[in-house]
Design a protein around this ligand. Structure first.
Ligand SMILES: Cc1cc2nc3c(=O)[nH]c(=O)nc-3n(C[C@H](O)[C@H](O)[C@H](O)COP(=O)(O)OP(=O)(O)OC[C@H]3O[C@@H](n4cnc5c(N)ncnc54)[C@H](O)[C@@H]3O)c2cc1C
Length: 474
């Protein structure tokens, strides 16, 4: 079975200290329909959730000067959302999108199906991770983990010693989609049969770990077009001076991300945007295969064969990072053993639902069409087929399906293992583990379905709402 590399941040600020900093909330419809259609609980509806997106935000993004910006965005929150001034090729992308009948606008506003510059969680060009935004200058104490029907504390290891902390009121588990599910299961909260198979006494039979979802992304391109970002050429002493003196420029950007768009495939059900395409203006430079391998786990030998000799010649290029925003394939996470030091087994079941391949195929062809058949971009798809798919007729649907299956990786947006309505309460006791007192989960694991967006904004929204409920309970 093919394997995909995955990771998460293990430092203060968690994955927000290592992520691409893109601030995207998700499709308004998924935020509106969740309660009615999917039974995620009464709290999951746009009117309820919007104030919590706004609460965390100090919005200075690309659409901050629009007349209705404050209807959708917050000012004065602890986390700055900034616009990025460095996005080579983005204006051409937007012009091409307009030619094809798409609109430009704020994807976090009234309508997600637009093209736009990318808003970033940065402050003066510096990464605004959650540690920097929430803890660094704030006095705070926090606790974690489990017990029986009432969670009473947490047992943890530090510097080789096993320690216990007891909770006066409540235990809050915030270890992320992989680790929160793992800790719950190790504490006896999870699928009874699986726990018994590992001789773990069952405290509460709940579908922890089921419903794992992640965002698969495939590379559409390259399109050999300048300008693009080439770190060897563009990261200069002058760029560093510019960054340090203004907080802008290439060093304040998120890699070579240059605009994005959201749109809907014919298999989207309900029929709202299920695809995201992030425009990447990254040149083919000699170390690109190694860099992409480190970032996404893509095989160096395949990339070298595919790009040869263009990467050796520092050729400017652009790509679309096509994201399957609302996958229908559902994965699962299980324990590998009873040892807390072992990683769990993560099986995202990517592309097992046939609609997922068809949605990606539609998006792939749309992006190729955008580059090839607009005056603003007017550049053909790279003429060399992806190694492994040469047997298929180049640019046929089967060729694209092969690329999607062969050449996709994760964007690290794993969610859903402790889903609202299934593992934690989606109603008034929001985020409390069902059937257990004194235990909440507050992190991306409670997000029930991928929201057609990068996942940090929804995670912070959940944390803001959780903190309000906790304070109200005090
Ligand atoms: C490489 C990468 C790029 C991404 N890019 C973006 C992006 O551009 N935009 C976006 O919106 N989202 C992005 N994401 C996703 C986003 O960062 C996550 O969805 C979000 O941070 C999830 O928050 P969380 O609190 O659930 O988990 P995490 O951020 O993973 O935090 C979990 C925390 O728990 C700690 N922890 C785990 N287990 C234990 C334990 N046993 N004991 C003690 N502590 C523990 C970890 O160290 C970590 O600090 C990206 C993620 C990655 C990894």
């Amino acid at each position: 079975m093919p394997k995909v590399m995955t990771t998460r941040g293990k430092m203060l600020g968690g994955s927000t200290a290592t992520n691409f900093m893109m601030y995207v909330r998700g499709n308004k419809r998924i935020l509106t329909d969740g309660h009615r259609r999917f039974r995620w609980g009464s709290q999951w509806n746009y009117e309820n959730l919007l104030p919590y997106f706004k609460k965390s935000e100090d919005y200075n993004g690309a659409w901050a000067n629009e007349p209705h910006a404050l209807k959708y965005h917050g000012k004065g929150g602890l986390r700055n959302v900034a616009k990025c001034d460095y996005h080579p090729g983005a204006e051409e992308l937007f012009a091409a999108a307009l030619e094809k009948g798409y609109s430009l606008g704020d994807y976090n506003g009234a309508n997600q199906e637009v093209f736009s510059p990318i808003d970033l969680t940065t402050q003066d060009g510096w990464r605004e991770n959650t540690y920097r935004a929430y803890y660094k200058d704030t006095e705070s104490r926090f606790q974690t983990v489990s017990g029986k029907p009432k969670a009473v504390g947490v047992i943890y290891k530090r510097q080789g010693l096993t320690r216990t902390s007891t909770a006066r009121k409540e235990v809050i588990l915030s270890a992320g989609t992989f680790e929160s599910a793992k800790i719950l299961m190790l504490s006896g909260v999870g699928p009874a049969e699986h726990l018994r198979s590992l001789n773990i006494s069952v405290v509460k039979d709940l579908p922890v770990g089921a419903n794992l979802q992640d965002h698969l992304v495939t590379l559409v391109g390259p399109f050999l077009k300048a300008p693009a970002v080439n770190p060897n050429r563009d990261v200069t002493a002058q760029a560093a001076y510019h960054y340090l003196s203004t907080g802008n420029g290439i060093l304040a950007a998120s890699d070579a991300l240059a605009g994005q768009g959201f749109f809907k495939s014919p298999v989207a059900k309900p029929d709202y945007a299920d695809l995201q395409v992030i425009h990447g203006a990254f040149a083919l430079y000699p170390h690109l295969p190694e860099d992409m391998n480190k970032m996404f786990g893509v095989r160096v030998d395949i990339l070298k064969k595919w790009f040869d000799p263009y990467h050796k010649n520092d050729t400017d290029a652009r790509f679309g990072l096509l994201v399957l925003g609302r996958p229908k394939s559902l994965g699962n996470l299980t324990l590998a053993s009873r040892n807390p030091d072992d990683n769990p087994i993560m099986d995202p079941q990517f592309l097992t639902h046939p609609d997922d391949v068809e949605a990606m195929l539609y998006g792939f062809k749309k992006f190729v069409d955008l580059y090839e058949n607009t005056t603003a971009l007017n550049t053909p798809l790279f003429h060399k087929p992806v190694p492994g798919c040469e047997a298929k007729m180049f640019k046929s649907d089967d060729y694209y399906r092969c690329v999607i299956r062969m050449f996709s990786f994760t964007l690290y947006h794993h969610v859903g293992t402790c889903a609202l309505g299934k593992v934690v309460d989606g109603n008034l006791k929001w985020s409390r583990v069902l059937g257990i007192d004194g235990l909440r989960v507050i992190d991306a694991s409670v997000i029930p379905r991928e929201p057609n967006a990068n996942t940090q904004a929804a995670t912070i929204m959940i944390a803001e709402k959780g903190s309000d409920l906790i304070i109200a309970d005090m």
